[in-house]
Design a binder for this molecule. Structure first.
Ligand SMILES: Nc1ncnc2c1ncn2[C@@H]1O[C@H](COP(=O)(O)OP(=O)(O)OP(=O)(O)O)[C@@H](O)[C@H]1O
Ligand SMILES: [Mg+2]
Length: 255
């Protein structure tokens, strides 16, 4: 089971869009995928399943309920879901007094067994709080989506500092799978400049599969479909199929 956290404390940089469409891309290649929505906004949950009555992630983190019973199917074939819900905003309070709260998700996921899913993708909120730390502790891999604006660069630097701290204290094995440039608009000089800065600074950690700005991606959630079925011939669908193939290749040596 390959566990990938999708995180960046910057809001609106395509974390959820990456999680949902990468999950669909991996499922298209016949991998079984679990999406864990750790965001109290529950955007991935609404996209993948509309309204879900089981607040799966919340119950996983705050009760001893059997984990398998909290997982629900999604509208994307091959993709299962631990749903996000509003309560997640209160997680720190709910866990006050418990020990090692940063590794709760890791310990709960271990109960699923290594073979339960091929890939687990974790969607995180736009903060570096307890929830994102849980995701970084539970994951072997971190995927960082970012938009091609100059402001993104300082955000990524902060993310890398957090990864260093997490490696030191919580999860020495955390690997940065890569940065995925999203909402790329190559008609602007600015986007090209930011891409070349990213490439200079991060070398091959900048993934080859860019995701271009495409309005179809913003429309797809209303239809509870990934871009791969909502508009399979779009550039965006091709971008996410390519991203899935790149992720498969990069993670083939990890278990
Ligand atoms: N390639 C793209 N082209 C056009 N719109 C996009 C693209 N990727 C994402 N979007 C839109 O950008 C907005 C932010 O995307 P998304 O919700 O995935 O970001 P996020 O990082 O999960 O946000 P948050 O930090 O609030 O969780 C959404 O409205 C989404 O539809
Ligand atoms: Mg999101």
């Amino acid at each position: 089971m390959k566990v990938i956290a999708v995180a960046n404390q910057k809001g609106g940089c395509a974390k959820t869009t990456t999680v949902v469409n990468l999950a669909a891309g991996l499922a298209l290649r016949d991998f079984s995928v679990l999406v864990i929505d750790l965001d109290s906004q529950a955007n991935a949950t609404n996209w993948l399943a509309g309204s879900v009555s089981t607040p799966g992630s919340w119950q996983m983190l705050t009760t001893r309920e059997d984990l398998a019973s909290l997982i629900v199917p999604s509208s994307v074939s091959g993709v299962s879901l631990l749903a996000g819900s509003r309560e997640l905003a209160n997680l720190e309070k709910a866990l006050a007094g418990e020990l090692s709260v940063e590794t709760l998700l890791k310990r709960r996921l271990a109960k699923l067994g290594k073979e339960a899913f091929d890939y687990v993708l974790i969607d995180t909120p736009p903060t570096l709080g307890l929830i994102t730390l849980n995701a970084l502790s539970a994951a072997q891999q971190l995927l960082i989506p970012l938009t091609t604006h100059v402001m993104s660069l300082s955000g990524v630097a902060q993310m890398f500092r957090t990864v260093d701290q997490v490696r030191e204290v919580l999860n020495p094995d955390l690997n940065i799978l890569g940065l995925v440039a999203s909402r790329v608009d190559l008609r602007t000089r600015h986007a090209k400049d930011v891409l070349s800065t990213l490439s200079e600074r991060f070398g091959d950690k900048l993934l080859k599969s860019y995701v271009y700005e495409n309005v179809r991606l913003a429309e797809a959630p209303s239809f509870q479909q990934s871009i791969l079925t909502y508009n399979p011939l779009s550039t965006a669908a091709q971008n996410y199929r390519d991203l899935a193939d790149e992720v498969v290749a990069l993670t083939s040596s990890f278990n």
